[in-house]
Design a protein around this ligand. Structure first.
Ligand code: ARG
Length: 470
């Protein structure tokens, strides 16, 4: 058992207690961030004259060596240490001697772990944003390819009005665009540095907190040390953002499952993204979409778990907060994996244009357009609705679609009908005439806006990546 304390204890920690209390099993995930934070801290200590420049250099060299050895597998992070902070400090002291013991001057594990978590989450926000950008690019490409691929639009899972595949996918583009934008707003709020908050009440050393903040890429040091060590709002915000993204991915998965079913066959998921059955040789199952839908619960679980952990914690740091990690790490890995797989599945699926169009021609989805035809000829919409309702009934009775009814059948219900009714209710007209902003007939504008968003998003990502090259 390697611990960073013990002076005031007369007995060894019980082994079960050590096991229950330790966090190295999971906080080793932010080893890189821990070393990075320590390096920034010692540079500041030397600048402020709290340690000498030689001490600083010995510590920095020692930390670099440890980082290298862990990366190459020369040293293993083992569970004999209480946490990742103990692991780094113990290894440093073993390597460079007593100078290593000065690393923790003016610092507590409370502000240290608060820093590590923040650095880690910030990296994850950036990575998630890049993955979402990849998904947005795929959606945009498909939208461009399917601007005139007609398909049924549904409400209540019933055929409602015809739309295009581009327009349908465009709705998902909007959802993931909001998710993407939200990540950056969370990042902006969370980009303050907690280091220097100490255990809870700052420190008596003349620390330069803004210097540390700056070299770690933060906008500033946090304003209140008690909040600094105990704020996990940004983790909650990130988990909430991931939950919403999972909800969107789950909805899309649900559609893919339906579209890929034998009854619909609107799309065919590629063999590389499908699985078979051990008993039924004919089966090709949409397991990936189902798993994405299923894994949504795990991410929601992490959000609810952390909200619950945090709700009873008095200021400032309490050990409950160690529970902020495992579920969060799992949720992040899950959500990132799902975004990645959804991108791959979508970009390799085949969209069956003919099936979608044939389906769109059936189901009387041009009934509203037929009513609008009468409205254009002066009939009030409510009356037109009744007239077309009767015609739909006639068509159902004859087992045909509206455009298969002869002109006499139309004229029987209203004299306003002429031969041009057939063109007015053709699938193409029904879709392309819907040119209001945001409607399927006005896709050029929507595509332009989407292209604009992607361009700005790529620039933002590049600017951030440049800033993070510290
Ligand atoms: N493992 C701890 C955590 O994850 C680190 C901070 C420990 N601080 C303390 N006072 N015991 O929260």
């Amino acid at each position: 058992m390697a611990q960073l304390w013990g002076g005031r204890f007369t007995k060894e920690t019980d082994q079960l207690v050590f096991n229950f209390n330790q966090s190295i099993g999971f906080d080793q995930k932010f080893f890189v961030q821990d070393v990075k934070g320590s390096m920034a801290h010692v540079r500041m200590l030397a600048k402020q004259g709290i340690i000498t420049e030689e001490e600083r250099d010995r510590i920095l060299d020692g930390l670099s060596e440890i980082a290298r050895d862990v990366a190459t597998g020369n040293i293993k992070i083992t569970d004999t240490y209480e946490d990742i902070h103990s692991f780094v400090e113990a290894n440093l002291t073993a390597r460079i001697g007593n100078t290593g013991k000065k690393l923790h001057t003016g610092r507590s594990r409370n502000d240290q772990v608060a820093l590590d978590m923040r650095l880690f989450i910030r990296d994850e926000i950036d990575e998630t944003a890049l993955l979402l950008l990849g998904l947005l690019e795929t959606l945009y490409r498909l939208m461009g390819e399917h601007e005139h691929t007609y398909m049924p639009g549904f409400t209540h899972m019933q055929k409602a009005q015809p739309v295009t595949l581009a327009h349908h996918l465009g709705a998902y583009f909007e959802m993931f665009k909001r998710d993407h934008r939200k990540l950056y707003s969370i990042r902006e709020r969370m980009n303050v540095c907690p280091l220097g908050s100490g255990a809870l009440a700052g420190t008596t050393y003349p620390l330069d907190r803004d210097y540390v903040a700056k070299i770690l890429g933060f906008d500033k040091a946090c304003d209140n040390s008690m909040d600094g060590v105990s704020d996990r709002d940004y983790v909650i915000e990130f988990l909430s953002a991931l939950s919403v993204t999972m909800m969107h991915l789950s909805r899309l998965s649900e559609e893919i499952i339906i579209w890929n079913s034998n009854e619909y066959r609107f799309i065919e998921i590629d063999d590389t993204y499908s699985t078979g059955s051990s008993i039924m040789p004919q089966k090709k199952n949409p397991d990936i979409a189902e798993l994405i839908r299923g894994k949504t619960g795990r991410v929601y679980g992490a959000l609810i778990s952390l909200l619950t952990v945090m709700k009873g914690i008095p200021l400032a740091y309490d050990k409950d907060m160690q529970e902020d990690k495992e579920m969060t790490f799992d949720a992040i890995d899950t959500a990132k994996g799902c975004i990645h797989l959804m991108n791959g599945m979508l970009s390799t699926s085949k969209f069956n244009k003919e099936r979608m169009e044939t389906s769109a021609k059936q189901g009387y989805m041009n009934a509203t357009d037929a009513a609008d035809y009468l409205v254009r000829k002066g009939m009030p919409f409510r009356d037109a609705h009744t007239v077309i309702g009767k015609l739909v009934l006639t068509a159902i009775g004859r087992g045909v679609q509206l455009d298969e009814l002869p002109l006499e059948a139309w004229k029987k219900e209203s004299n306003l009908f002429e031969n041009d009714i057939y063109d007015a209710i053709s699938l193409k007209t029904c879709v392309e005439r819907r040119k209001t902003k945001g409607a399927p007939g006005g896709m050029e504008d929507e595509l332009k806006l989407s292209a604009g968003y992607l361009k700005t998003a790529k620039e933002t990502a590049k600017a951030l990546a440049d800033r993070m090259k510290l």
